[in-house]
Design a protein around this ligand. Structure first.
Ligand SMILES: [Zn+2]
Length: 259
């Protein structure tokens, strides 16, 4: 599978997935139809499907336009978001398999940013996951429709994927996320090294996708509530916080909301 990141809107990524025949394609999170269709045409591809991770406009804003421009295109989304994903034709529940463009995928239900959020996992070849606004490089989505405990469970499902799994996330927030992570764990060498690397990439205007599950476990404060340094940092900022995993995670999220 070839994955082509397409920068959309101000800092979103859509992803064009090109199947093994080099002709059939799908797009993950189409917020804007025109740049996606332009890329499909430029590469001489046939767009078979849109995969929507969640209903927010900056992830599905192009669905209707693509459905009009490409008759018969499939629009795949979460069963829990049936009423909110525009032009939806196929609704998936947790663990359900699907095939698009000759690729085998699986839906992973990961609510909390929104109550219907899905990730799409492609386990074959170079395993990949499209994590939408739930798992970012060194960050996680805001809790618009879920609790800290629910987000921890959803992130835990993603963290349980094999370490080499490539993580394709919904927004280019990596630099700011890593600065926050570095403040919480100044002694974490993996964070310091990745921050230096990402500063170089962004200075050159390069995207920071993909990450990997292994990198996220080493650098993402929202997967690192067990880190003694992170816990001490949170307790220093919130002296009244209860020393348990959910409370530490919730305070980490609260701190990031204001960062
Ligand atoms: Zn969102």
């Amino acid at each position: 599978m070839d994955v082509v990141p397409i920068p959309l809107l101000s800092d979103n990524y859509g992803y064009l997935l090109v199947g093994p025949d080099g002709e059939r394609a799908a797009v993950v999170d189409c917020s804007d139809a025109r740049p996606v269709l332009r890329e499909v045409e430029r590469r001489g591809l046939r767009l078979e499907a849109i995969l929507s991770t969640h209903h927010h406009f900056d992830h599905v804003g192009g669905n209707e336009d693509v459905a009009r421009a490409v008759p018969g295109v499939r629009v795949i989304g979460s069963r829990a978001d049936r009423a909110r994903v525009p032009a939806l034709t196929e609704a998936l529940a947790d663990g359900e398999s699907f095939a698009v463009a000759g690729l085998q995928g699986r839906a992973l239900y990961i609510p909390a940013h929104t109550s219907g959020h899905l990730a799409y996992v492609f386990p074959d070849g170079e395993p990949s996951v499209f994590s939408g606004d739930t798992l970012f490089a060194a960050g996680c989505g805001r809790l618009f429709e879920g609790s800290p405990a629910q987000m921890m469970a959803s992130l835990g499902k993603l963290a349980a994927l094999p370490d080499p799994t490539r993580v394709y996330f919904g927004h280019e927030y990596t630099l700011k996320n890593l600065r926050f992570a570095h403040e919480l764990e100044p002694g974490n060498r993996a964070i310091a090294a990745k921050l230096a690397h990402v500063e170089r990439l962004r200075a050159e205007g390069q995207p920071t996708v993909p990450s990997t599950i292994a990198e996220e476990k080493a650098t993402n404060p929202f997967l690192r509530w067990r880190s003694a340094e992170l816990r001490a940092g949170i307790r220093a900022r919130f002296p009244d916080v209860v020393d348990d995993d959910v409370a530490i995670f919730a305070k980490t999220r609260e701190l990031k909301d204001a960062y």
